[in-house]
Design a protein around this ligand. Structure first.
Ligand code: IMP
Length: 494
C-alpha cells in the first residue's frame, strides 16, 4: 500500500543539475551552433524562446521583437478584451520592418511650443503633420525651427509642406523605401495611401536595423509569426475564430491545469479552425498522452514553477520542473517512435538564468516559455519607473534607486484571471500568484542575443552543434547542495 502512495521519482528542478562538458570540435564553435527547434511537427522556430501569455509580459511590441529574433510570443487572452487581443495580433501580422505605424502626429495650427513639449516627452525629433482626417500635409523636423525663437509660431510656418516632400506609397517594399529615403535627403519618408492618409513613416535608422534580423520567423507571406492565447471557456470559440482570421499562426490554450475534460473539449473545438493547437499545462506522462490523444500539436509543461507562482503552497499540486520536463520529453519520444508525429514539449515557468535554460534543453524541452525573463525588457507592455530598494552594503542597510518594471501573475490579486484558473467568480478567487517588480533590462534586441550566446556556448562546450544532438548526447548529473553552493560565488563584494 505504501509503495503505491509514492511515485518512484523525486521532484527536482534545473538548478540541481549540471552538464558534463565534452570535446569541442572545430566545427562546433559558438558561431556554428544552431538553436533552431520545432514548435509543432511542421512549424520551425529559429530560437527555442516563447513569451508567456501574460498581460505584464506580452503585447504586440514584444511579439514583434521576439519574432524578429526567431522566437514566438503568445498574446494573452484572460483579462485582455477580445478586440485588444485581435488588434495586437493584427499589428504583428501587419508589421513591416522599417515601416513605423504608430507615430505621433501634429496639426499645422499647433504652436511650436507644443511640439517642443512632445519632443521632450517622447524623445522624437520628427513629426508628420496631418489634417483632421489624418491626411498628410507636411513634416516638421527639429532642424526647421529654433526652439528659443520660434516657440510662439505655428507648425505651418516652419514645416516642410507636402509639395516639397518625397512621399512613399503604402504597400511599397523596404528596398523601394530605401531608395526614396536617399532622394528625400532628410532621412525620413512618410508613407501615404491612395487617399493621402498617413499610413506609416520610414526612418533611415530603422532601415539599417531592418536588415539585422535574418533569423526572423515568418509565414508564407513573409509576415512575422505570432500565437494567440485562448481559454477553455466555450464562449472563447468566437474569439479564437477571429484570431485565426486575423492571422494568428498558433492557438495556445491557456489553463493552469490542463489535464482536464474542459481541455479535451477545447482542443477538439479549436482543431477545427485549421491552425496548430498548443495545450497544457501538464507535468507527467499521463497528462502528456491525454492531450496528445485529443490532437494537441505541442504540450506546455509546468505547474507551480513560475517565478510569481504560489500554486504549490496554496494547492500542493505540481512537480519539480526538471522532472516534469524530462518525463514529458520521454513520453514525446515514445509517441514519436510509435506514430512518427513529433509533439514538442514547451517548458513553462521557473527559468531564472541561461544555465537553467540550457539544463531544460538538455532534459528534452523543445521550447522555453518565459514570463519574468521577458517582463523586464523595454518592449514588454508595462512602463518602467524608478524604485528605491533596500540593500545590505558592507554590513549596513542602505537604499539604492533602480529602474524596474511591474510583473504580476495571472492568479495574483491584481489579475484574478478567472478563465485561466477555471473559476467563476473574482470575489471567491483563490489567489495563486504574486505581484511585484523585475529589474528593467533595456531592449530585448540587446539582451536576448546575450542569452542565446550563453546557450550556444554551453552546446559548444558539450560538443554539440544543434539542440537535437544536445538532448540526445549530453550527460546530465545531479548535484549535491554543496556542489550547487560551490557553483555560486564566494568572494566579498563591495
Ligand atoms: P516565469 O517565467 O517563471 O515568470 O513563469 C511564467 C509562467 O508562470 C507562465 O507562463 C504561466 O504558466 C505561469 N503563471 C502565470 N501567472 C501565474 C500565477 O499567477 N500563478 C501561477 N503561475 C502563473
Amino acid at each position: 500500500m505504501e509503495n503505491e502512495k509514492f511515485t518512484s521519482e523525486l521532484s527536482s528542478t534545473f538548478r540541481e543539475y549540471i552538464l558534463l562538458p565534452r570535446c569541442t570540435r572545430r566545427d562546433q564553435g559558438i558561431a556554428q551552433v544552431d538553436l533552431s527547434t520545432r514548435l509543432t511537427h511542421d512549424l520551425k522556430l529559429n530560437i527555442p524562446f516563447m513569451s508567456a501569455a501574460m498581460e505584464a509580459v506580452t503585447g504586440d511590441r514584444l511579439a514583434i521583437a521576439l519574432a524578429q529574433h526567431g522566437g514566438m510570443a503568445v498574446i494573452p487572452a484572460g483579462n485582455v478584451p477580445a478586440q485588444d487581443q485581435l488588434d495586437m495580433i493584427r499589428a504583428v501580422k501587419r508589421f513591416k520592418a522599417g515601416f513605423v505605424e504608430k507615430v505621433i502626429t501634429v496639426s499645422d495650427d499647433m504652436p511650436i511650443q507644443k511640439v517642443i513639449d512632445l519632443e521632450r516627452q517622447h524623445g522624437y525629433s520628427t513629426f508628420p503633420v496631418v489634417d483632421k482626417k489624418g491626411r498628410l500635409v507636411g513634416l516638421l523636423t527639429e532642424k526647421k525651427y529654433n526652439p528659443w525663437q520660434d516657440a510662439e509660431l505655428l507648425v505651418k510656418e516652419r514645416m516642410l509642406p507636402l509639395d516639397k516632400l518625397v512621399v512613399g506609397r503604402h504597400g511599397m517594399s523596404l528596398g523601394e523605401a530605401n531608395k526614396l529615403i536617399f532622394e528625400s535627403g532628410i532621412g525620413v519618408l512618410p508613407v501615404v495611401d491612395e487617399k493621402g492618409m498617413l499610413r506609416s513613416v520610414v526612418f533611415f535608422s530603422d532601415i539599417r536595423r531592418a536588415h539585422e534580423f535574418p533569423a526572423g520567423v515568418v509565414d508564407a507571406q513573409k509576415r512575422l509569426r505570432v500565437a494567440g492565447a485562448i481559454s477553455t471557456h466555450p464562449e472563447d470559440q468566437e474569439r479564437a475564430r477571429n484570431l485565426v482570421e486575423a492571422g494568428a499562426d498558433v492557438l495556445v490554450v491557456d489553463a493552469s491545469d490542463g489535464f482536464s475534460e474542459y481541455m479535451q473539449d477545447t482542443i477538439k473545438r479549436l482543431k477545427k479552425l485549421g491552425v496548430p493547437v498548443v495545450a497544457g499545462n501538464v507535468v507527467d506522462q499521463a497528462g502528456f498522452d491525454y492531450l496528445v490523444e485529443q490532437g494537441a500539436d505541442a504540450i506546455k509543461v509546468g505547474i507551480g514553477s513560475g517565478s510569481i507562482c504560489t500554486t504549490r503552497r496554496v494547492k500542493a499540486i505540481g512537480r519539480g520542473q526538471a522532472t516534469a520536463v524530462h518525463q514529458c520529453a520521454l513520453a514525446r519520444d515514445r509517441h514519436f517512435q510509435k506514430t512518427g508525429k513529433y509533439v514538442p514539449v514547451i517548458s513553462d515557468g521557473g527559468l531564472e538564468s541561461s544555465g537553467d535554460m540550457s539544463v531544460a534543453l538538455a532534459l528534452g524541452a523543445d521550447v522555453l516559455m518565459m514570463g519574468k525573463y521577458f517582463a523586464g525588457f523595454e518592449e514588454s507592455p508595462t512602463t518602467s519607473f524608478l524604485k528605491r530598494l533596500p540593500v545590505m552594503f558592507s554590513g549596513q542597510l542602505a537604499e539604492v534607486e533602480v529602474t524596474v518594471k511591474p510583473y504580476w501573475g495571472e492568479a495574483s490579486p491584481r489579475a484574478k484571471n478567472v478563465k485561466r484558473y477555471q473559476q467563476d467568480d473574482p470575489r471567491s478567487f483563490v489567489i495563486e500568484g504574486e505581484e511585484g517588480y523585475v529589474l528593467y533590462k533595456g531592449s530585448l534586441h540587446k539582451g536576448l542575443p546575450r542569452e542565446l550566446m550563453a546557450i550556444k556556448g554551453t552546446l559548444s562546450s558539450c560538443g554539440c552543434s544543434n539542440l537535437d544532438s544536445f538532448y540526445k548526447e549530453v550527460q546530465v548529473e545531479r548535484q549535491t547542495v554543496e556542489s550547487v553552493r560551490e557553483g555560486g560565488t564566494s568572494i566579498f563584494r563591495a
